[in-house]
Write a protein that binds this ligand. Structure first.
Ligand SMILES: [Zn+2]
Ligand SMILES: [Zn+2]
Length: 180
């Protein structure tokens, strides 16, 4: 049994994520960590996926240089990872890492739309800077940083991997959370 917090379990699979959305390798046989992302509207998870670090890295690499630069600039301007790391040092209660927006510090209980992300190795959670939570508003601002072509490419990637309702119907403000 996994000790992984339930909030990061897959709703679709009713348990911990087992394999990468893209390459379908199982996480217990991969030598690299994986990243889990879930978007919530109120109490309901409206979107979720898990990607191994190889596939995630390839995806980010495929973003245009400008988009990557803008995302980095946005993070540098809005997130103080060192201060956060110091504040939460040695703290392995995932809820403490998720209790306020990474960029605007709005408390999670005041939010209707937000996304959370975690880094995991096998069935263990890896701390700092993950896990993190970002409000819908900041998510939107972050996504304004990437170019239309990168945006389209990411949307296509996600849509190719999901069945059922179109991805844009699943997320707050019609956008798919981009991992950066
Ligand atoms: Zn993969
Ligand atoms: Zn925010």
């Amino acid at each position: 049994m996994s000790e992984f917090p339930r909030i990061f379990h897959s709703v679709e699979f009713d348990g911990p994520f087992q394999r990468c959305l893209n390459c379908e390798s199982t996480f217990d046989e991969l030598a690299v960590p994986h990243i889990i992302s879930k978007a919530f509207r109120g109490p309901e998870c409206v979107f979720e996926y898990a990607l191994c670090q190889n596939c995630h890295g390839e995806m980010v690499e495929s973003f245009s240089e400008e988009s990557r630069f803008n995302l980095e600039t946005f993070f540098r301007a809005n997130v103080d990872l060192d201060a956060r790391s110091e504040k939460l040092a040695e703290n392995e209660h995932h809820t403490d890492w998720l209790k306020e927006c990474l960029t605007c510090q709005t408390p999670v209980q005041d939010l209707k739309e937000y996304s959370i992300a975690a880094l995991a190795f096998g069935d263990q959670m890896v701390f700092d800077p993950f896990p993190r939570m970002m409000c819908g508003g900041c998510e939107f601002k972050m996504q304004e940083q990437i170019s239309v072509s990168t945006r389209d490419q990411w949307d296509r990637f996600v849509r190719n991997h999901f069945e059922g309702p179109p991805a844009e119907a699943l997320t707050p403000d019609g956008r798919i959370p981009v991992l950066a």
